[in-house]
Design a protein around this ligand. Structure first.
Ligand SMILES: Cc1cc2nc3c(=O)[nH]c(=O)nc-3n(C[C@H](O)[C@H](O)[C@H](O)COP(=O)(O)OP(=O)(O)OC[C@H]3O[C@@H](n4cnc5c(N)ncnc54)[C@H](O)[C@@H]3O)c2cc1C
Length: 414
């Protein structure tokens, strides 16, 4: 019997184990937790955004961390293959905005449990609560050490994930195994992560969400990137979909160092002239009021003092005393509310880890190491990372399947 050892029962490890078992291999799957797919159980805010219905070329475009490396894996196991597979296993799915696919039940736990039952049905030898401590390679194959014993196999697949959300088990062990086996691990950086800000007013706005805003990142007067959509103020800075996207850009641009400036265009649908006309209409309506009262139709209440402060206008100023220059300053701030970003939240809070085992040392067609024959990698442990939208899980599933199939084919007869 061909024997394959898989280390880590997350998205990539489960699919690698199932694919290897399907090819007739005897599969041992080691997991440090007492359940499989612990991280999967919290994905998509508990709903598990499994994949996306967009063309596979778009998956690559939405994977800033070595998307092209995934080309062959995405040909071998597509989003359609995944959906056909989970549907055949009895999981109903639904498509939402932006092609995002979720289980019909909105339950990530259902996905996790389903995969556990598939592992049992495939007779994968599952070793829960058995963290792998070391992986050794010799001419005869691999020796894997855990606290309970030593196991041998012809092929070994490392699917230990990144270092984000270590509470789910992904604490970076795979990087140490990879390094010990002669691999390069590129710098680990947080991606899809909130930013911290130094401005005191940001903390006062914690919990406030802004929709349909255009948010841009600036450094020394130069615009670096921008995103349109929703953002959120937090106790330490800013978060929300547009911020996560910007953080992905930062993770891939080492030259974009903190501090950086964030500018929020609160009214991106209007030109400066149209916004000025709108402000004038509101001022006409509230001519006898204080200026802060005149802005309540334009802005969320808590944002008014911040905007007035940045425009250099005292909030008690009567509207009929506001000068044209002051009004223009107000319009400028409404389209470029500014705050100073000091960094990102810690990598442990990132949705995904950028960096990892260098993809230059991995064959993209099989996920086999170019340094050690019979050794494979799949999922987030590799230097790959994508945007939100189901792309990270699909990357883990596709690379897991490719590694599992190739490892089973290559594992030496014992
Ligand atoms: C909060 C959150 C929400 C997310 N939502 C989505 C989403 O909706 N859609 C999406 O596409 N992506 C999402 N992601 C990203 C996605 O979950 C990951 O990219 C994906 O889980 C990576 O899969 P993986 O199998 O490579 O690693 P993991 O899922 O992290 O699995 C690694 C496994 O290896 C085990 N392990 C580690 N070391 C050892 C060891 N020494 N011995 C034994 N076992 C070990 C761990 O316990 C773990 O179970 C989200 C991430 C987070 C943190």
């Amino acid at each position: 019997m061909k024997r394959v050892i898989v280390i880590g029962a997350g998205a990539a490890g489960i699919f690698a184990a199932l694919a290897a078992a399907e090819q007739g291999a005897d599969v041992l799957l080691f997991e440090k937790n007492d359940i499989v797919g612990k991280k999967m159980g919290i994905t998509g805010k508990g709903r598990c955004n499994l994949t996306n219905t967009c063309p596979m070329a778009d998956f690559i475009a939405r994977t800033p961390g070595h998307g092209k490396f995934l080309f062959s894996a995405y040909q071998a196991y597509t989003n359609e293959d995944l959906l056909n597979q989970v549907h055949a296993w009895g999981l109903a799915t639904k498509e939402e905005r932006g092609g995002r696919v979720f289980p019909q039940s909105d339950s990530a736990i259902e996905v996790r449990k389903l995969l556990y039952h598939r592992l049992q049905a495939a007779k994968v030898d599952l070793h829960l609560q058995e963290p792998v401590r070391a992986v050794h390679h010799a001419a005869s194959g691999f020796t894997v050490q855990t606290g309970r014993g030593t196991y041998e196999a012809g092929a070994c697949i490392i699917t230990t994930g990144g270092v984000s959300y270590p509470v789910t088990g992904s604490s970076g062990d795979g990087y140490e195994f990879a390094k010990a086996l002669g691999h390069t691990v590129t710098e680990l950086r947080p991606s899809l992560i909130a930013f911290t800000a130094s401005d005191a007013w940001v903390r006062d706005l914690a919990g406030l969400a802004l929709r349909n805003v255009d948010v841009s990142l600036w450094k020394q007067g130069k615009k670096l990137a921008s995103q349109f959509g929703e953002m959120l103020f937090t106790h330490t800075g800013v978060s929300g979909p547009v911020i996560l996207m910007l953080s992905s850009a930062v993770a891939h641009k080492p030259k974009w160092t903190f501090p950086m400036q964030l500018r929020i265009n609160l009214k991106p649908a209007l030109t400066a002239d149209a916004l000025d006309a709108r402000v004038q209409r509101d001022f006409q309506k509230y001519l006898r009021k204080q200026v802060d009262n005149a802005l309540k139709e334009l802005l969320p209440q808590h944002l008014i003092p911040v905007v007035l402060d940045q425009a250099g206008i005292a909030k008690e100023t009567p509207v009929n005393q506001i000068t044209r220059i002051q009004r223009q300053d107000l319009v400028t701030v409404l389209q470029a509310l500014s705050l100073t970003l000091t960094g990102t939240r810690p990598i442990a809070e990132a949705i995904v880890t950028a960096g990892g085992v260098s993809v230059r040392e991995i064959n993209p067609k099989t996920m086999e190491s170019k340094c050690v024959e019979g050794l494979y990698f799949a999922g987030e442990v590799m230097d790959i990372d994508a945007f939100t939208g189901g792309y990270n899980l699909q990357a883990a599933f596709s690379t897991g399947v490719v590694a599992g199939r190739a490892a089973a084919a290559e594992a030496k007869e014992e």
